[in-house]
Ligand binder design. Structure first.
Ligand code: ZN
Ligand code: ZN
Ligand code: ZN
Length: 377
């Protein structure tokens, strides 16, 4: 069996113990009996453990006020857990193939308890728990306890800032490469290589949308050859030391037309307004409204076709969302994107995105590379 090296981490077993205790407290305050966490970003965040694979074999962290944290784990993977920093804070209950892991987990749950369950838990596992403990009920973790991962502590914020700085360095470097005459996917490869060069262990996306492709926010990078006169949207990010980066800049190959410059100016102003709306107590939807108002006043309201932002942390896209209807108030330590855009079908698109951390007195940008439209060759 191959073993994966332990992930580089600045967190100790005590940190993970404290995080798990906070999760139990938050669940209790929310009237829940506990928190159940299957493999995924929540398990990594709470224990430092990333299983070799997320499979049909049940791995489940059970956090309740009644007992110390328990990890139900397949016997053949129990050895892997020793690599996780948080292992010292866990009691293991292993099960062998052929045994019923849900029957093993059931006595850890109260007969009629309501539990928060991690969003990425397989339906197979949740149905197994319901069968083994029919009186229990469940709520999605991010719905029930949205602040659990959303609010970062001081060291997490340092790691977020370092990931942001690496993305900014990537952007500064990409401005020096050749655009005209190369395919989008070649520039995307450059972005990925630079992210890794600046310390990312995982690249999640490298969007390069040139000319009309920039008007499609979901366009990744394709075979289109970038031409002189193109606008180019670049949106890239991934994980560095376990925390996410995600930034977007829109550049122009050669001199822009006044119309192109105007659209870019509007998006830049909208992005500034979104960031300036950030302060503790303000609802998430206010960030969206502040950015959207600028774009609507400029007459492009129907061309801003997505929400203004999303949370980020141990993954690059997560709740809460900066969107109309999200009334969750901002809290110091939250990190999320502010990324308004304008998309002119068949012509070009502009998006500008920074990650912002909520501080006591406003929003702190974790991306500080220039937002003026850079001219490339
Ligand atoms: Zn142009
Ligand atoms: Zn992005
Ligand atoms: Zn984003």
């Amino acid at each position: 069996m191959t073993t994966t090296p332990p992930p580089r981490t600045v967190f100790t077993a005590e940190d993970y113990r404290a995080r798990m205790a906070r999760a139990v407290d938050a669940a209790t305050r929310a009237g829940l009996a506990g928190v159940l966490v299957a493999p995924g970003p929540d398990l990594a965040h709470l224990t430092g453990y990333t299983p070799p694979a997320d499979t049909e074999r049940l791995t489940l962290l059970v956090l309740t006020p009644e007992r110390e944290p328990v990890l139900v784990v397949p016997a053949l993977e129990a050895g892997e857990i020793a690599h996780a920093t948080g292992a010292a804070a866990l009691t293991l209950r292993d099960w062998k193939d052929g045994a019923d892991p849900y029957a093993l987990a059931a006595p850890l749950l109260s007969a009629s308890g309501r539990y928060a369950v991690s969003d990425s838990t397989w339906a197979l596992h949740l149905l197994g728990l319901q069968r083994a403990r029919p009186g229990t009920s469940y709520a999605a973790l991010t719905d029930a306890l949205p602040m659990l991962r959303a609010v970062k502590d001081a060291r997490e914020l340092e790691l977020m800032a370092a990931a942001g700085a690496a993305a900014d360095a990537t952007y500064e470097e990409i401005l020096t490469v050749r655009f005209a005459g190369r395919k989008e996917r070649e520039v995307a490869r450059d972005l990925a290589a630079l992210l890794r060069h600046f310390g990312h262990s995982q690249v999640d996306f490298t969007i390069v949308g040139s000319g009309p492709n920039g008007a499609d926010p979901h366009h990744e990078a394709g075979d289109r050859v970038i031409a002189h006169g193109d606008m180019v949207v670049m949106d890239f990010g991934g994980l560095k030391d376990g925390y996410g980066s995600d930034t977007t800049r829109t550049v122009h190959v050669g001199e822009p037309t006044p119309a192109e410059q105007h659209v870019h100016d509007v998006v830049r102003e909208a992005q500034r307004a979104g960031v300036e709306a950030v302060r503790p107590g303000v609802a998430c939807q206010e960030v969206d409204r502040a950015a959207r108002e600028i774009i609507e006043e400029a007459g492009y309201g129907d061309l801003f076709i997505h929400r203004t932002g999303h949370g980020i942390g141990v993954t690059t896209h997560e709740p809460p969302y900066m969107v109309e209807g999200e009334e969750l108030p901002l809290v110091p330590g939250m990190c999320f994107s502010v990324e308004p855009g304008i998309y002119l079908p068949g012509r070009f698109g502009v998006r500008i995105e920074d990650i912002v951390a909520v501080t006591e007195d406003g929003g702190r940008r974790l991306n500080t590379s220039g937002r003026a439209m850079a001219l490339v060759e």
